[in-house]
Ligand binder design. Structure first.
Ligand code: ADP
Ligand code: MG
Length: 254
């Protein structure tokens, strides 16, 4: 058997090199606990590895959350699901499991301003991050500006490649700001690039019938819609604006 002091030295070394920092930090204390509580070898191993695993998971989720750029406050816990029609609530429950991602399905949320489209999709986004998905949230207008800049600097392919790592991308408020030909083109390029390769989640105040405002000519509009809806879940949320309701509620109570 290996001499005790060598074991310690080797272990520390190995664990450092394998980047098992929690195991390294905790194995001695836990082994004392194991002795005191007469744990089996397996129980001890479980305790130790479980700590390493949870610690890593925590750090990973923190990293994913930061990278997602999701608004921190728009989560399920701050969302009043009772406001949603039953069908939407049911769909949201299924969607947050994330199975749609492996089928590269899209989620399209339509409805009047203030219905809760952005909040709901972001809340689903948070749930997906918790399941360790790489989510990316962006306002459509910002995304388009970034794509345009990338195109001008001849790094559009690189940017598309970077975005392709995220599943899903949440594109908030498509069609909210009127766009020119160039803007429309890069947006179309992104949607075409993701078609059947990665989910997008979109919110829009404009129904499909008005999407010619976004994509200008009827052919491109049809092509964009076609790609988006081919594999998709459509959430129609037409509610009285939450903000309006809150404001009225305050007035009535005050
Ligand atoms: P939309 O994107 O449909 O215009 P938002 O998601 O931005 O609407 O909602 C408008 C505001 O109302 C946001 O501050 C949002 O957090 C809040 N809100 C909307 N629906 C709900 C809800 N069901 N529960 C809690 N807050 C909500
Ligand atoms: Mg919105």
């Amino acid at each position: 058997m290996k001499a005790h002091e060598h074991i310690k030295e080797d272990l520390n070394n190995y664990l450092k090199r394998m980047q098992l920092s929690t195991v390294r930090r905790r194995y001695e204390e836990l082994s004392q606990k194991a002795q005191a509580e007469s744990m089996t070898y397996e129980q001890y191993l479980w305790e130790l590895i479980n700590e390493e695993y949870q610690e890593r998971r925590c750090r990973r989720i923190e990293r994913l959350l930061k990278e997602s750029r999701l608004p921190m406050d728009k989560t399920m816990s701050t969302f009043d699901m009772k406001r949603m029609p039953r069908k939407i609530a049911q769909q949201a429950k299924v969607l947050q499991e994330g199975e749609f991602l492996s089928r590269n399905e899209n989620i399209l949320a339509f409805g009047n301003p203030g219905s809760g489209k952005t909040h709901l999709l972001c809340a689903i986004g948070h749930e997906l991050v918790y399941r360790e998905c790489r989510v990316y949230y962006t306002m459509c207008a910002n995304l388009v500006q970034e794509l345009l800049l990338a195109k001008r600097e001849l790094r559009l392919p690189a940017m598309l490649k970077k975005l392709s790592k995220y599943k899903p991308i949440i594109i908030d408020d498509i069609g909210y700001i009127p766009q020119g030909q160039e803007e429309m083109e890069v947006l179309f390029t992104l949607l075409a690039d993701r078609y059947e390769r990665g989910s997008v989640m979109i919110t829009s105040n404009l129904p499909f019938s008005k999407w010619e405002k976004i994509f200008k000519d009827p052919m491109t509009t049809a092509a964009a819609i076609d790609r988006l809806i081919h594999h998709s879940v459509i959430l129609e949320i037409n509610l009285v604006s939450y903000r309006m309701e809150q404001a009225k509620g305050l007035k009535n109570n005050g």
